[in-house]
Ligand binder design. Structure first.
Ligand code: 0A1
Ligand code: ZN
Length: 888
């Protein structure tokens, strides 16, 4: 068992510059089926900005050192030492070496075993092809190196392998040479002219299908674009290529940022721990975010591919040209790049819809993280395993913080800040503080208090009350802010919170906003909340307004304001801010759900409040609203988000209430759902324009209500949609709805679906997921059989996420079964996985994080599993960190 004293914790405050810099990195890869040889020639120099050191300490894990030379001198065993994590060379014992003054060359030769590397970090094989994943600390599994982001170097890479099996040999930068060798082998040499840290290194070798295109930059340079995929998948790459070109054009247009190399390559691999990786000039992607064809991918998949392609492309400036000084600064590149990809997607699709989708992620996942045992500021202060900090807090809350600069400074001010950031830091490894300074200096805007968003964890809460004085035509708002304690942090200081708001008159029009005093507290429609308690007096308010608060979710906070049903229905119908229009509907639904829970608690019969019917009917029949917006507004609040609204939850009541509301709405408006379904579901020629996508989304929600009726006619519609559709969006909607229903032939449908799609891995994952998330009772047995299915593979993270991740993360009813079997199942999978793939195992362990929300018995059962996990022999530090923090 791992104990806390055997596991080192890394602290942000301990940062020290590296004692040695690496000016040049020359790597030779000799790739073979059962092992690889890596020769590294590093040009090292003592760092003038660091404390001098007589020893050179390099990171290295799972490496077999074969040779070591300095300046051509073979080192003797007394001059160096290796352990399981490091190579130490005592430079003072190397003869005639003036290591404090002159640069010197270290040559190491190591043997590694990519063929048995299942962690998917370092160099590994996916579907018979070599690939790498080096962020955050994977490069040390390739060669001995100063594997930290502030050590930046010029890389030249020679790759040698069997020509027939590995015709494509790729690395970062430009190919400078290639040729044939004896014994059927060949080689290629790549040179990357940009200095980069080791985490941006990449290598791929294999036999791929290749899609080629090009992009002409704003300054007229022609860039080669190449997408490499498994044989037979070329038809599924066109959308990724089109997305890449859109992203390149958007970054030029919006941020004035142009691509810098002559070639941009994307390689898709089936085995990948995350979504994709921004390695310089050679992105490596999970196939899920490259491959998309309407037969096999949904509209959502298409949007996701476009977003991830853009995200990785945008990293070329925010991440690669300007990188992080240390891993505590991860949000510097990730929060910023997520914000950029969100803006890009909004520009390609619909701003309101995109905003709602992003906020749903924050509320269901980030609020949960912020209130749980893993809560951390967007710039964490410590970690045990860095891989555990690729979180919704660092990424998505980080993006919300960046969005607040944009809100406070305006698009123009934000752009000035970005320009100054690049002007100052291009080619450097910097900190979040450097970013704040650039924004501050470019705009002469004081961000002193705003900086607390980087240091304080937890979700701030705003409690607002209001008073209207008819006589003096005055509205007073009282705003209180608090932030709950989080692990290691209490007594939080007040944040600077931009609160965007509107005051609606009786017709729903926005009234002009004007403060009686302190005008600097209001910029346009943004109120600056900066103190624990503040009051604001609005003047010239002729009638009692309805308040629209936190428009567009202008800050990642929870807002408490005591709306009544009438006000919510009014906002749902009239708010000019589409985000708050959606929000009002969600609040209406949530109130009903909590009321239904209270009725169950009191042993009363649940009552459906008829006032909802009107509100929903109006929305359904609105001609001005977009179909995707309607789909979102008609979807009941996510149970995970609801759980985060209360201290402790009676899950059984919550699920019953949720289902009851859905079914009642289905019954009350049966004809409406049917009419709108029929008007929006099309079986003719497939189209993927905005209107068709919106119609499919809207029709899908209508069908979900119809299926909730549990009537044969409704099942027939869903079965027909599943079997007769000519696109995966409609097919998957039909499949999911039926798999989650009591339709008696659903198993047969599932079997047929598998037969049809068994050769399309990504579709098989949808098939897995639709079954693993079935909330009905035999599902636990079903998932037991799914993990034995020939298509399941514990070594493939996409498969693990599709079955185990989906079960634990998206099947609340079955994962939280009262008998604890859901918890036992998850713990068993973690036990099978932790030594195979520690990163993925740790992600799964996070499903236990919110155990304190549940009833005593469920708490006990979850803790029992967490304790069992902590007893495992040789537990990985990834899983240890999550499980031990969960238990506190
Ligand atoms: N930087 C990538 C995400 C990423 C992080 C870690 C990985 O392996 C541990 C892989 C990818 C991004 O933000 O896209
Ligand atoms: Zn990223």
């Amino acid at each position: 068992m791992k104990t806390s004293d055997s596991i080192p914790v890394k602290y942000r405050k301990d940062y020290k510059p590296s004692a040695y810099l690496i000016h040049e990195t020359k790597l030779d890869f000799d790739l073979f089926d059962d092992h690889s040889i890596v020769t590294a020639r590093l040009k090292l120099q003592a760092n003038p900005n660091a404390d001098p050191s007589d020893s050179l300490v390099l990171d290295g894990e799972e490496l077999k050192l074969l040779e070591i030379f300095i300046n051509g001198q073979k080192l003797e065993s007394a001059q160096y030492e290796t352990d399981s994590e490091q190579l130490t060379v005592w430079l003072d014992k190397v003869h005639n070496l003036n290591y404090q003054q002159n640069s010197f060359e270290l040559m190491t030769k190591v043997r590694i075993y990519p063929n048995t590397n299942t962690s998917l970090e370092g160099l590994y094989l996916s579907n018979g092809k070599f690939c790498t994943q080096c962020e955050a600390e994977g490069f040390r599994k390739i060669t001995y190196y100063s594997d930290r982001p502030d050590v930046m170097s010029i890389f030249t890479v020679r790759i040698e392998a069997a020509q027939q099996k590995y015709p494509h040999l790729l690395s970062n930068g430009n190919q400078t040479e290639h040729g044939k060798l004896a014994n059927g082998r060949h080689y290629a040499i790549w040179h990357d002219p940009f200095r980069k840290p080791s985490y941006l290194f990449a290598l791929c070798a294999g036999n791929y299908d290749l899609l080629e295109d090009h992009f002409k930059t704003q300054s007229g340079r022609k860039i080669k674009l190449e997408i490499y995929v498994d044989k037979g998948k070329l038809e599924q790459c066109h959308h990724a290529m089109a997305s890449l070109k859109k992203a390149m054009a958007w970054d030029e247009e919006v941020f004035g940022l142009e691509y810098d190399l002559d070639i941009y390559m994307v390689v898709a691999v089936g085995d990948f721990n995350m979504g994709a990786m921004e390695n310089k000039g050679l992105n490596i992607f999970n196939t899920k975010y490259v491959l998309a064809h309407s037969d096999t991918a949904t509209d959502q998949d298409f949007e996701d591919v476009e977003a991830v392609i853009a995200h990785e492309y945008f990293h070329n400036w925010t991440g690669n040209r300007v990188t992080c000084r240390d891993w505590f600064q991860l949000s510097l590149k990730e929060g910023l790049t997520v914000f950029r990809d969100q803006q890009f997607t909004a520009d390609q699709t619909d701003h309101a819809v995109k905003r709602i989708e992003d906020v749903k992620v924050i509320r269901s996942h980030q609020f949960a993280e912020d209130a749980g045992p893993m809560a951390h500021p967007i710039r964490p202060d410590s970690y045990i395993e860095m891989n555990n900090f690729y979180t919704v807090t660092v990424y998505n809350k980080g993006a919300e913080i960046i969005r607040m600069y944009h809100t406070l400074l305006g698009a123009g001010g934000f752009r000035h800040g970005m320009d100054l950031y690049f002007e100052r830091h291009d080619g450097q490894a910097v900190t979040c503080e450097d970013f704040v300074c650039a924004m501050e200096d470019a705009n002469e805007y004081d961000l002193k208090q705003f900086r607390r968003w980087y240091s304080q964890a937890g979700t701030p809460e705003l409690t607002v009350t209001s008073e209207y004085d008819e006589l003096h035509r005055k509205l007073t708002l009282h705003v209180k802010q608090t932030c709950p304690d989080t692990p290691g942090q209490s007594n939080k200081q007040p944040f600077h919170i931009p609160l965007k708001l509107g005051l609606l008159d009786k017709e729903g029009k926005d009234l002009p906003l004007q403060l009686a005093a302190n005008p600097e507290q209001l910029t346009g429609d943004i109120l600056h909340i900066t103190q624990l308690e503040q009051s604001f007096e609005f003047t010239e308010i002729a009638q009692q307004p309805v308040l629209s608060l936190l428009r567009n979710f202008s800050a990642p906070v929870r807002l408490h304001y005591d709306y009544n049903d009438h006000e919510l229905a009014f906002l749902f119908a009239h708010d000019s801010d589409p985000f708050n229009q959606w929000e009002a509907g969600q609040r209406l639904f949530a109130r009903v759900i909590w009321q239904l829970c209270a009725e169950q608690e009191a042993g009363e019969v649940m009552q459906f409040p008829l006032h909802l019917v009107n509100a929903v009917q109006n929305l359904l029949s609105s001609e001005s609203l977009d179909g995707r917006f309607k789909a979102l507004a008609l979807t009941l609040p996510d149970i995970k988000a609801l759980i985060e609204e209360v201290e402790r939850v009676n899950l059984d009541h919550l699920i019953v209430a949720h289902n009851f509301l859905k079914k009642e709405l289905a019954c009350q408006l049966e004809m409406d759902w049917l009419v709108h379904y029929q008007a929006n579901h099309h079986v003719g020629k497939f189209q993927q324009d905005k209107t068709s996508i919106a119609q499919r989304a809207f029709a899908g929600v209508c069908l979900s209500y119809l299926v909730a009726l549990e009537k044969p006619k409704a099942y027939e519609l869903a079965v027909s949609q599943l079997l007769n559709s000519n696109n995966m969006t409609d097919a998957e909607t039909g499949l999911k709805l039926l798999m989650h229903s009591n339709y008696e032939d659903k198993q047969q449908l599932a079997d047929d679906f598998y037969q049809k799609w068994q050769n399309e891995d990504l579709v098989v994952n949808k098939w897995f997921m639709s079954q693993a998330t079935d909330p009905s009772d035999p599902t636990i047995e079903r998932v037991e059989t799914l993990i034995e299915h020939p298509a399941f593979d514990l070594k493939n993270p996409n498969k693990v996420r599709a079955v185990v991740g989906a079960f634990a993360g998206a099947n609340l009813a079955q994962f939280h079964r009262k008998d604890g079997q859901g918890y036992v199942f998850l713990a068993e999978q973690i036990k099978r996985l932790y030594s195979v793939n520690p990163q993925t195992a740790a992600r799964l362990t996070g499903a236990f994080n919110r155990w304190k929300k549940f009833d005593d018995e469920r708490q006990r059962l979850m803790c029992e599993q967490l304790q069992g996990i902590l007893q495992l022999p040789d537990l990985s530090k990834d899983v240890y960190e999550i499980a031990s923090k969960a238990l506190g």
